[in-house]
Design a binder for this molecule. Structure first.
Ligand code: UD1
Length: 417
């Protein structure tokens, strides 16, 4: 099994180009199932989750031509409506094919994604909302069997809780529902806005009415579409934190700084110097790191996907900080490993107290999930000596060429077998 070897603690300096967003690409790939016309997608990141979603689409009958910088998808062939456990188990976003399959064929059988390291992650909100569009479902042997006997019919749906995946599944499904659907209490992450742009380019009729309310008028005909996926704001946030923690000097390229305002404000508060350009952010890390209290929240709040990374930085703060994890119930898996490296973090329910003034020591470490893995790299980059990070397959799910990108800015990092 592959591992990463990291020698800290040198300052990172140079330019890092941010890849396309994994979390925008996944629902966009799923939404492509609606169409029988040609779809060209650019700026998809070369990461494992995207590969898995491509395999999933191919298993459903998609013909996908993979070129160096884009994909051409042709879904005009007869489709299967079955998404197998083998493909959905490794990636929860596999459940996003449920909405488009139901919309296109009126029935589908999709594996339940199951739990994962960061919590139980149910799909009850997806299923209840789909039932309001006329879907009947049952769950047996780990699969959702869903059918819309009279096709999907538009309705008013108020999500009981903000869910990124449920908003995406319903947005996609409602595009083929008869009449009008109004979704309220929607998640409004930039990736969802990118999905909306893509669906509208395909010929769907989606209009945001207010902050969390969207109107979808059902259509039955789509057109050829060309779309370039937005940048990965979690990858960008991770490298900004890498710049801050190594007292580095990094230019983060190919981003829209407006979509990183919350993260930039927090990094400024902890003491990093930041300059913003049109598609670029420059960060200069400061030796002194100020403590802060923060909580994760749906957009435009601080993202749960950057919680582990910012925690590493706060371990270096001059005083005690607190982080409340408001999205997932069990997203502190990185804490044990960070404490082994010399951090002093205690957990009480969904709140972590970080003592600060940590002097990280290199260690052999175990990654537990995607963002936890990268937080261990950040800590290793700040530790003198050699750290080994095991189970990096988690990392490969969401970070394109991470060791190449870090090496280019001066990190001593390599992949070993
Ligand atoms: C997406 C992101 C993930 C991010 C998360 C929160 C993708 C592929 N993944 O995940 O990286 O961390 O948003 O920003 O885009 N919930 C239910 N029932 C449901 C659905 C969700 O109880 O049917 C709960 C979840 O357990 C969680 C919360 O709602 O506690 C938010 O989850 P959700 O926004 O749905 O996350 P995902 O779409 O799975």
């Amino acid at each position: 099994m592959q591992k990463l070897e990291v020698f800290g603690a040198n300052k990172l300096k140079g330019k890092i180009k941010i890849s396309g967003s994994k979390n925008a690409s996944l629902p966009i790939l799923a939404a492509s199932l609606l169409s029988n016309k040609k779809i060209k997608l650019k700026n998809l990141p070369k990461v494992k989750d995207i590969e898995t979603m491509i395999f999933l689409l191919q298993s459903l009958g998609s013909r996908i031509l993979i070129k160096k910088n884009h994909l051409i998808i042709d879904n005009s062939r007869q489709f299967k409506k079955f998404a197998s456990y083998n493909l959905v188990k490794t990636m929860r976003a596999g459940i996003l094919v449920l909405g488009p399959l139901l919309a296109k064929f009126g029935s589908a059988k999709v594996s339940l994604p199951g739990g994962c390291a960061i919590g139980t992650r149910p799909i009850d909100i997806h299923l209840k909302a789909l039932s309001k569009l006329g879907v009947k479902y049952s769950i047996s042997n780990g699969y959702v069997n869903a059918i819309a006997p009279n096709g999907l019919k538009g309705n008013k749906i108020n999500f009981p809780k903000i869910s990124v995946g449920a908003t995406e599944n319903l947005l996609i499904a409602a595009c083929f529902a008869k009449g009008t659907t109004i979704l309220s209490n929607c998640a409004i992450e930039p990736e969802i806005k990118d999905l909306t742009i893509f669906l509208n380019k395909m010929g769907c009729k989606i209009k945001w009415l207010s902050k969390r309310k969207v109107k979808i008028i059902g259509v039955d005909n789509l057109k050829n579409t060309d779309h370039s996926v937005m940048f990965d704001r979690i990858e960008a946030g991770t490298y900004l934190i890498a710049g801050a923690i190594t007292e580095g000097n990094l230019n983060i390229l190919n981003v829209n700084p407006k979509l990183l305002k919350t993260e930039i404000d927090i990094l400024k508060k902890v003491g990093a110097k930041i300059r913003i350009f049109q598609n670029e952010i420059k960060i200069i890390g400061n030796k002194k790191i100020n403590n802060i209290n923060l909580k994760t929240a749906p957009w435009p709040g601080f993202p749960t996907d950057l919680q582990a990374q910012i925690m590493v930085l706060l371990c270096k703060a001059n005083k005690k900080s607190k982080i409340k994890e408001e999205i997932f119930e069990n997203r502190f898996m990185h804490v044990g490993e960070l404490n082994r490296m010399g951090a002093k973090i205690s957990i009480n329910g969904n709140e972590a107290t970080i003592e600060g003034n940590a002097n990280f020591k290199a260690a052999e470490l175990m990654a537990t999930d995607l963002r936890a893995s990268v937080s261990l790299i950040l800590a290793a980059l700040n530790s003198k000596g050699k750290s080994i990070i095991n189970r990096i397959y988690h990392l490969d799910r969401g970070y394109e060429n991470i060791e190449k990108k870090l090496k280019k800015v001066g990190a001593k990092i390599k992949r070993i077998n």
